[in-house]
Write a protein that binds this ligand. Sequence first.
Ligand code: ADP
Length: 496
Amino acid sequence: MSSEKRQASYWLRSIRGLRMRLAATYVILFALALLGLGFVFHRSVTGILNQQNERILDEEWRAMKAYLRFQRGELMWTYDPEDADEAYAVDRLRRVILLTDENGNVLELSNGYSALGGESMPQIRTVLRTHEPVSVIRHDARGDAYLVRMGVMRDQDRGFFVAIGLPIAETQRIPDRLLSGYLLSVPVMLLVIVVAGWYMAGRALRPLHQVAETARAVAGGNLSLRIPTRGSGDELDVLISAFNRMLERLELNFQQIRQFSVDASHELRTPITIIRGQLEVALYTAETTEQFREAIMTALLDVERMGQIVKSLLLLEQAESGQVVLRKSPLDITAASEELVSQFLVAYDEKDIALTVVADGPCWVEADRVQFDRLLSNLLSNALKYTHAGGHVEVILRREEDAVHLTVSDDGQGIPAANLPHIFERFYRVRETTPDADRGIGLGLAFVAWIARAHGGRVEVTSEPGHGSQFLVILPGRPQSGIPGPEPEHDTSLIP
Ligand code: ADP
């Protein structure tokens, strides 16, 4: 892609991108808020000025009543012409005034009022009849507004119509002038807001870019990357922590899969090499049928082991992906353990290890007999593998409040503390402690953990290197029951 095209696509992405949308939303909201504010401001100033005009007109009206008095049945302006203040006040009042008698005959009409077009007879009559003062807005020929107050002045039985006007054009222009000044400043404010919005949206989204960059690097194969959290504990930090946890998990799984490939190919290669050797030797050196038979028998045993490994892998895969259906029924695991232990006695005797069961009576659980046997067999096989001759392995069963505790305890070689957190993971083996001949493929305890979980329980381990290990399986108990569980119908082969 040419650099111009790259630049163009960057801009296109930016415009469609989250940053643009965030900044645009921010700016639009601000613009609307500014316009709303301007509108409210204009309305308030107009309201205040109108009130003020009304108040001024009130005062003028009162002043007019003070200077316009009845003398000998006629309305006369009464003031001291020598007093400059009074003369000025009366002069101002008479600039916009209309005065008529009760018949509407004009007694006084100022130029200012005639510029407003005078007053219609019906209007004058209505005011004289109702005696109600009226305030209206009138405009002169130039379009300038006046606030006009009309009312009646009475002298015994005579009434006079009076109207005075107050020029309000100037005050009316104030809100508009303020508004236009404000509106002129809005684009400047918006420009500042655009810049600030763009910057703030960029700042807010920076961690997201980091997440995207890291995800891109991860997609490129680098799973060890982590995004530093900002320590603010906000939504982005939560997202980053979740992303980091996902990476940890992915890294671990990838390691396990890699390890598995190594282990599985190693496990399968060894018997294949042995079988091949045995068959070659038999082919070139065996002379009698007996010698051929013996070579084939040994090869068969190794093929059997390979088959077991493949079978275990398949089964664990099915179990962990939820494809194994448990056939649970009430099971007294004391009786089941005693039965299984009796099958192990020969193997334990051969290695000169004592194997005993300690139980305080029947322990009923809801379990799949086949899977329970698999769980205990794996623990017993491990105890046998990792305990020296002369050692002692104990299966202890205890009823707790609403659970049953099954412990397989040995006084064998134990497990180093550093390995303990991992031993239930698939394919995990403590290499140094595993005798070569007895090497499994690290699936036995993964099965134990899965079976315990699938029964609503869990498994815990405590161990001390050189002194032995205790595997405690906790299963939810069920009330004592005499109903025996069904005989296992399907495959009960044990895990290698
Ligand atoms: P494996 O097939 O290697 O036995 P497991 O999953 O059963 O796989 O066990 C995982 C690892 O845990 C083993 O490699 C072994 O080192 C350790 N381990 C399991 N049980 C015991 C035990 N009773 N004593 C000492 N180490 C044990």
